[in-house]
Write a protein that binds this ligand. Structure first.
Ligand code: FE
Ligand code: FE
Length: 196
């Protein structure tokens, strides 16, 4: 990915988003770059994933549903009731078809940025965490702590975010089963790492 296409895609994003979503997008792009520096990941790929992670967010909900249906994406009952939840899946599709991205790691980071998944790739973790801690974000619990933790131990930051997300959503039906599965996976993973 050369810098020219990042520049072009920035213009595309600006066109398709409202101002606050675009600002959030730039925040996630640069925060992903910073985390890539810290954890030794390719900076351009991290920026690209951050830039495109919400590329379907400003599409009207009805159109999200229609696009998902037309392209044979699986739609859960929860997503049918809350089509905004589809923006990650539809975002992957747009990135592939409309923006010509064929980097599967970048596509995966877009696909899993809302729920995470068990056994995430480094880039998936980077974008998931960046989405939560970027400078414009202000309404999440424990932001100060998570922001510091993100640059100390990425897995611990990830787990904390999942924990807070589940805590925030509580037992409501709006908890995506994948978020819970991701939490369980990393909870177990970190227990295994504790010294005897
Ligand atoms: Fe999103
Ligand atoms: Fe986002």
């Amino acid at each position: 990915m050369d810098t020219v296409s990042i520049r072009d895609l920035k213009k595309e994003m600006k066109k398709s988003m409202d101002d606050s979503r675009y600002e959030h997008t730039l925040g996630v792009m640069y925060t992903s770059a910073a985390l890539a520096m810290r954890y030794g990941y390719d900076i351009d790929r991290a920026q690209l994933a951050g830039l495109l992670h919400d590329c379907a967010k400003c599409m009207p909900n009805a159109k999200k549903l229609k696009t998902a249906e037309k392209n044979g994406l699986e739609i859960s009952e929860l997503e049918r009731k809350n089509p905004f939840m589809l923006h990650a899946k539809v975002g992957e599709l747009l990135a592939r078809k409309k923006y010509d991205i064929d980097d599967e790691e970048v596509l995966g980071a877009i696909r899993w940025h809302t729920t995470g998944r068990p056994n995430m790739s480094l880039l998936e973790k980077i974008v998931y965490v960046a989405d939560y801690i970027e400078p414009k974000r202000e309404k999440a619990p424990n932001l100060k702590e998570v922001r510091q933790l993100a640059f100390i131990n990425l897995d611990q930051a990830l787990l904390k975010i999942l924990e807070d997300t589940l805590g925030y959503l509580g037992d409501s039906e709006d908890v995506d089963t994948m978020t819970k599965a991701t939490y369980d996976f990393y909870k177990r993973d970190q227990k295994d790492e504790l010294p005897e």
